[in-house]
Design a protein around this ligand. Structure first.
Ligand SMILES: [Zn+2]
Length: 144
């Protein structure tokens, strides 16, 4: 039996409902962890935190009107891009889209807007790639 370092109570491994607060909003998040049945203290490993990270990230994104992890993934798939390809087009490092889609990181607001524009069909991946190419080829020719 595992013992609580605070009160010597018994520690049980279980999933609990945690009320998570963000900008005056609350949401119930399922959190796996070791919990003391006496003092109710929770002991969360990095693995436990990963368990809830996507739900917490999605909650914050919804409150900030940003695309959720699954919405980012759905747009990327609709565009027929791998995570690596999407990251190279939109920037943010090789693992950027992996992080957006697991909740490890949240896309910036400008990227969120760009993804929504691409998803609406008003801007194409070719438009973006051509503009990036111009920056690479000749910086001075871009802009007014
Ligand atoms: Zn305890």
């Amino acid at each position: 039996m595992k013992v609580c370092p605070i009160c010597d109570g018994e520690i049980k491994r279980e999933e609990r409902t945690i009320v998570y607060r963000y900008k005056e909003h609350t949401r119930d998040i399922q959190q796996m962890g070791d919990y003391c049945i006496e003092c109710q203290e929770g002991f969360l490993s990095p693995r436990d935190l990963k368990f809830s990270q996507k739900a917490i990230s999605d909650f914050k994104r919804e409150m900030d009107n940003l695309l959720t992890a699954d919405e980012v993934k759905a747009i990327r798939k609709r565009l027929n891009l791998t995570q690596e390809k999407a990251s190279s087009i939109f920037g943010g490092g090789v693992r950027a889209f992996h992080k957006y889609e697991t909740g490890e990181n949240t896309q910036s607001r400008p990227l969120d807007i760009l993804l929504k524009l691409v998803n609406s069909g008003k801007v194409t991946i070719d438009d973006i790639q051509n503009l990036y190419l111009q920056y690479t080829l000749n910086n001075s020719k871009v802009g007014i």
